[in-house]
Design a protein around this ligand. Sequence first.
Ligand code: SF4
Ligand code: SF4
Ligand code: SF4
Length: 295
Amino acid sequence: MSYAAQERRIRELAAKIIASGEAPLVIGFKRNPQTGRCAPAFAGSEAECSALAWDETCGFNLAAYLNEISGRAAVVMKPCDARLAVNLMVEGQLDRSNLVIIGVQCTGMTHEGRAAPSCKVCTVATPPVYDYFVDENGGGDASVTAVPIAQKAGAENGGGRGVMALTPRERREKFNRELDKCILCFACRQACAGCYCKTCFMDRSMVDWRSAAPLRSDKETYHLTRMMHLAGRCVGCGACEKACPSGVDLSYIGSAVRDFIGDLYGYQAGMDPEARQVMNSYAVSDRQIGFLGGE
Ligand code: SF4
Ligand code: SF4
Ligand code: SF4
């Protein structure tokens, strides 16, 4: 794995895209000297492309910008960014012809100096869709197979199956511990490319879903409803956790929902632009099973 070689190729591809007029804008990353980490950056000229950066701190999910840009743009995408872009295509939210994807192989990113929890359990190292490819050595060879960090570390489970083995009381205690830390700032929603409703159910005025105080009942409503809205859509990118100012770890719920959908329907979100969104399809042969068990 060579970040320096990947960075060189990203710069070359970005400059080529701008010079040829294929897209007027490239969204990628740039080093922030104040933090020492990479931050999202917008390059509209060949000179700006030469400052694009790539290293283990490029964990922010750039797919969140796809809901904001109009017109054509090129975006540097890790597998989880590309999977969220696929979700938007499947949901009719993104015109593929407006997007040029520089797909970059990824074996894991860091968050606050440590391997990001979401990356420890990620098994997708190659973007499912791309127009230009950057392999783990900075080449363009799509046959190079990067080994995801989860397989290197030995298939650590994302917490979803672990939590389902707990008793209902233990699950409630775990959930409450995380809810107590939450200040209902909604940064997790803002960071998620899957949360693109113009008016979130939490902000609708017709029903008073929330009070001014961060009550536990409001937090429960928010987090559980959000997870249900993301069922079959959450790719486990971890952008929500990285954005959280309070260190709330509710990723195990997303993991449990992903496992449930995978086991029941054999569906993995964001892998196939031609697939139907799993929660929007129905077959009479579908098993009638719920989280409470029983059929
Ligand atoms: S979740 Fe997967 S694709 Fe995304 S940054 Fe982590 S390892 Fe890379
Ligand atoms: S809920 Fe979190 S992990 Fe899932 S897609 Fe949204 S930001 Fe990524
Ligand atoms: S970002 Fe953290 S504190 Fe803010 S609403 Fe989400 S879980 Fe709660």
